[in-house]
Design a protein around this ligand. Sequence first.
Ligand code: MF3
Ligand code: CO
Length: 250
Amino acid sequence: MIIIKTPQEIEKIRKACRIVAQILEKLKGFIRANMTTADIEDFIVKEIKERGGKPAFKGYRGYPANACISVNDVVIHGIPSKNKKVKDGDIVGVDIGVYLDGYFGDGAYTYQIGRIDDRAARLLKVTEEALYKGIEKAVVGNRISDISYTIQRYVEDNGFSVVRNFVGHGIGTSLHEEPQVPNFGKAGQGCRIREGMTLAIEPMVNEGKSEVKVLSDGWTAVTQDGSLSAHFEHTIAVTKNGPEILTKTE
Ligand code: MF3
Ligand code: CO
């Protein structure tokens, strides 16, 4: 069942999302070489708590940490570790979920450490652009798969591949609600987009092949071919005037 939100509910989701957005923005000036992914997690936890929120991922289906930090060939669900240092030339995906006053916000950004090579830079650019192109399709009367198709098309036209194993989702009083929002598929199929829907749209894009595997920790998803992977995510609300990105700073 797809839960349509009232303006009052969207305001609560907006508040949770604003915390996500502020921290993702602040991380641009914080993340640097030689820091561990646990240092990044600690920063995120402190920033969420200072704003009165609660990290949403800890304990979700048994997830053991407060954020997902996914370096290079890690697609998503990288578990922060004191033993994992980020280094010059790495790309680092950070996925943050915040719970505030009964509602969730969810967002992700992939950062570059120092200087990255041209192909990595293009991967980040194409993935972020694919997200925005998908968001543009989140308008009343379109179908969910119009978002999916647009993302896949843009990514593949640029020579990269979209991950099939994980999808975007509805969000509200639960972190994951219906509908699923895949990053692939045919246009014009599936349910219609309606005013009051809140969606987390999150393309995961691989430099090489689309296949992923999950490591023995049960979470860390890596590309099978060892190529780089990028992830960008926004939570949006569908309004009669078009999509509103909720995970953005003022
Ligand atoms: N943004 C991801 C998602 O929506 C993060 C979930 S991590 C988990 O699926 F630990 F909570 F599963
Ligand atoms: Co999500």
